[in-house]
Design a binder for this molecule. Sequence first.
Ligand code: IVH
Length: 677
Amino acid sequence: MANEKEEKAEIERLRREINQHNYRYYVLDSPVVTDAEYDRLMKRLAKLEALYPELITPDSPTQRVGAKPLESFGTITHTIPMLSLANALAKEEAIDFDAKIKRLLDMPLNGQIEYVAEPKMDGLAVELVYENGVFIKGSTRGDGYAGEDVTSNLKTVRSIPLSLSPSAKALSTLIEVRGEVFLPLDSFKKLNSEREKAGEQVFANPRNAAAGSLRQLDPKITAGRPLDIFCYGIGSVEGASFQTHFESLEFLKKTGLKINPLVKVVTGIEAVLDYHGEIEKKRDSLNYELDGVVIKVNNFSLQNRLGVISRSPRWAIAYKFAARQEETVVREIIVGVGRTGALTPVAMLSPVIVGGVTIERATLHNQDEVERKDVRVGDTVVVQRAGDVIPEVSYVVKEKRPHNAKPFKMPDACPVCGAEVEKDGALHFCTGGLSCPAQLQQSIAHFASKRAMDIDGLGEAHVVQFVDAGIVKDVAGLYSLTKDDILTLERWGEKSAENLLDAIERSKHPALDRLIYALGIHGVGEHVSKVLAGAFGSIDKLMTADREALLNIREIGPEITKSIQDFFSGAENAKVIEKLKKAGVEFKEVKPIEKGVLSNKIFLFTGTLSEFSRDEAKARVEAAGGRVAQSAGKKVDYVVAGGDPGSKLEKAKTMGLKIISEDEFKTLLEAGALKTM
Ligand code: IVH
């Protein structure tokens, strides 16, 4: 079949092209195609591979994710041990290192050694093994002799090529590459804030996050964490040879592996010291953590002459940066009150400069955390910053504790409103509800926030101003604000007051799920709000839903059920809802989705829908028991085509899938409609 031959050739072509785009995007950071075009190529490849599964190779770009979870990790022995580095903590130690090398090599002290100076990334060391240019296995450093087999997880790291560049393939039959896997700082912050929101333990620093992510038994979890790598060396190699370390790095670069662009050849110790200073200055502008620079003798024959002592090479040293940990004293532990009333102890510190930034406070999270670290007022503590992450108290220097220091205890009354404090799990809560000014301010700020009612230009500082001045007493109060009210406050002018009032007016027609989310019911985040909107169709029905009805909804458990019922049974909340209605806030009704009406049906969306965001559409399908696919496939039951549909629609047509309009989708969501389709 000519067609078959063509398609097989296309598979090859697509792989080459996708690998090239991957390289441009993840290694060079300069993509030449749009994400949409990249997706198109990937989908085309996946489709062809589905037609010819026998042609799927382990290094195909489609094979990055998808490996099954493991029971435990296997072990991989390193052909050549992975050594560790001796440290230099001060300039003098770096100078000694250079002097010692010259002595060992019988060189005059005024001679100059050629070094390669590299950033020392703070992640975890791995070894990647390529056979005939194909990535076949990868492992952690472990004890230096053998590490864990994390091949499937490493495959999910986009900057690790699954096959080396074609020109390099021919040069080397086997190459073991060493490098540092790390989690970029922006991804680290995002991951931690997601974990915090989900009530999960946050990672202490990016290195722990990278290690935790790479050591997952389920590669799908690793795939969701955008790990990255910089390669810095070679273990055993066949078919290629190098005179210098720098040459070997240049080779790795040519093969398509990622090398830190700040690596530099420097001659003499003075140049090493300058490099250290330069990189330390750059440190805060980088999107990954560095803890120093690594200095390596460039010439391999000199390296061999110098050899190894107690598992560290004599030819290299880690010249560390000043620690980002400092000692200071806890002057006071104050207790903050959040939107939900949760109390957070915060250590107020004697100001101290940590890694160039003055630190005066650090969150202690909750009572359990304070007890675990046993932090007391008067204690000397070590505080640390990981990147520009929020500073934290690392540990207490117990020897320096004043003898009268008392253990911290959460107050019995809310420090802001005086209401009683209740304990729930690890957290303490103020029971004052919205009569507590702290809770009130934050609830209003939440209500107005972008993903809730989206009142443009109403920030937290303004809310504090309005609440303090007594002109807004609950969320509904925002809708009775007048220009005169606002103009009595500082920093407001005619124009800014008018803009705010316009924005408040514009917020009066929220989608039902946003309105539910805006109410700030404990445990009801954006997703749950969508599920509730889909299940009940109106605030009134949600308000009157009994326990049974709530528990009947997939994803809604007893805790959320209780919190919803508590919320609506509060007289204050019912009043506020009444007031919102009176103020003209539209309480939209949508047709509730009958549970299970789309049971096991798979939907694919393409183009823009006029009445739903993608998230909403997804939540509604899921609330009715269906699922949403990301790409066209045989299992898709309905392709919903919105305005300006993408290439998915074309593909769906060629595959003969059932295509429906947004209106038909809406009908389908209604109970019983399925039977007529
Ligand atoms: S070279 C014998 N180069 O630091 C040379 N290591 O204690 C061994 N690291 O385990 C490593 N950046 O995890 C080298 N540019 C770099 C590095 C680097 C980070 C880590 C690596 C190693 C540890 C050394």
